[in-house]
Ligand binder design. Structure first.
Ligand code: NAI
Length: 266
C-alpha cells in the first residue's frame, strides 16, 4: 500500500497528453490521472465530446481538438500544449480503432485508414513530443497497442497488422531513446468493454462471443496509470492472456490446432 501511494505521488503535476481521450479507456485514464494529482491533457477530434469531458475530470487539466491523422494538426497542438503547460512529461498514444472483417471483404481504404490512425498517429505524436522530452532530459511515451499486436486472429488482418507495427515501433524507440532519459512503454490489453467494439463489429457478434472475457475500462486505466508511475516497459493484460501469448509463441502451430476455436471469435 505504502509503495502504491509512493508510486502515485510520482504522478503529481505530471503533464500527460492523451490522444483519443474523450471515450473508452482514454477518458477513464484521464480521470484517474487527475485523481492522482497529474495534469491530464485531454485531446480528441470532437469539440462536443471534449466539452462533455470537462464534467468528468477534476483539477488542473487541458482540452485540445486533435486528429492524429493530420500532420499539421499534431505539430500545432503539441507545440501549443508545450507552450501552455511549459513541458510534456508523458504522451499516451491511445487513439485508435479496428474493423473486424475478412481480408477478402475488407476494402483497401480500411487497411490504410487503420494504419494511418493506429500506427502513423503514434509515429506523428511521438515525433512531435520528442524535441520537448529531449530538451527536458526526461519523458515517457506510452503506446496502447493490443493483444492483437502479438497474436493475429481471423478477421483482424488489417487491425492486428497496425498493432504489430505499433509494438515494432515501441521496441525500437525504447532502445533508441533510453540514453535520452525517455522511457517507451507498450500496454497490450485483451478485449475491453468500450465503444471500440461497436465500431469493430457493428453486428455485435464479436462482443457477444467475448462477453465473459471483457476487461472493464477502469481495470485497463489502472494499469495505464501504474505503467506511467513505474515506467514499466510492457504490460499484457489480463495476466492469463499474457501467459497465453507466451505459450502460443513457443508452439504456434500446436496452439492453432488446439486453441483455434478459443482464439477465433471475431
Ligand atoms: P474507444 O473507441 O472508446 O476510444 C478510442 C478513441 O480514439 C475514440 O475517442 C476515437 O474517437 C479516437 N480516435 C479514433 N481515430 C482518431 C483520430 N484520427 N484522431 C484522434 N482520435 C481518434 O475505444 P477504446 O477501447 O478505449 O480504445 C483505445 C485504444 O485501445 C485503441 O488504440 C484501441 O485499438 C486499443 N484497444 C482496444 C481494445 C478493446 O477491445 N476495446 C483492446 C485492445 C486495445
Amino acid at each position: 500500500m505504502g509503495m502504491r501511494v509512493k508510486q502515485l505521488s510520482q504522478l503529481r503535476n505530471r503533464i500527460v497528453v492523451i490522444t483519443g481521450a474523450t471515450s473508452g479507456i482514454g477518458a477513464v485514464t484521464a480521470a484517474k490521472l487527475a485523481e492522482a494529482g497529474a495534469v491530464p491533457i485531454i485531446t480528441g477530434r470532437s469539440a462536443s465530446k471534449l466539452a462533455a469531458m470537462r464534467g468528468r475530470v477534476s483539477g488542473r487539466c487541458g482540452f485540445y481538438e486533435l486528429d492524429v491523422t493530420d500532420n499539421a494538426d499534431v505539430q500545432r497542438v503539441v507545440d501549443r500544449i508545450a507552450t501552455d503547460f511549459g513541458r510534456i512529461d508523458v504522451l499516451v498514444n491511445n487513439a485508435g480503432f479496428g474493423l473486424f472483417e475478412r481480408f477478402e471483404d475488407a476494402p483497401l481504404e480500411h487497411f490504410a485508414k487503420m494504419m494511418d490512425t493506429n500506427y502513423m498517429g503514434t509515429v506523428r505524436c511521438a515525433k512531435a513530443v520528442l524535441p520537448y522530452m529531449k530538451s527536458q532530459g526526461n519523458g515517457h511515451i506510452v503506446n496502447i497497442a493490443s493483444m492483437a499486436g502479438k497474436l493475429s486472429t481471423a478477421k483482424a488482418s488489417g487491425y492486428a497488422a497496425t498493432k504489430h507495427a505499433v509494438l515494432g515501433l515501441t521496441n525500437a524507440l525504447r532502445a533508441e531513446l533510453a540514453p535520452d532519459g525517455i522511457a517507451v512503454s507498450a500496454v497490450n490489453p485483451g478485449p475491453i468493454d468500450t465503444p471500440f467494439l461497436e465500431t469493430a463489429d457493428p453486428g455485435g457478434g464479436y462482443a457477444a462471443s467475448v462477453k465473459g472475457y471483457l476487461l472493464k475500462p477502469a481495470q485497463v486505466a489502472d494499469t495505464i496509470v501504474r505503467v506511467i508511475a513505474k515506467r514499466t516497459p510492457e504490460v499484457d493484460l489480463p495476466l492469463s492472456a499474457g501467459i497465453g501469448i507466451r505459450l502460443y509463441g513457443l508452439a504456434p502451430r500446436f496452439a492453432d490446432k488446439t486453441l483455434g476455436k478459443l482464439l477465433n471469435r471475431k
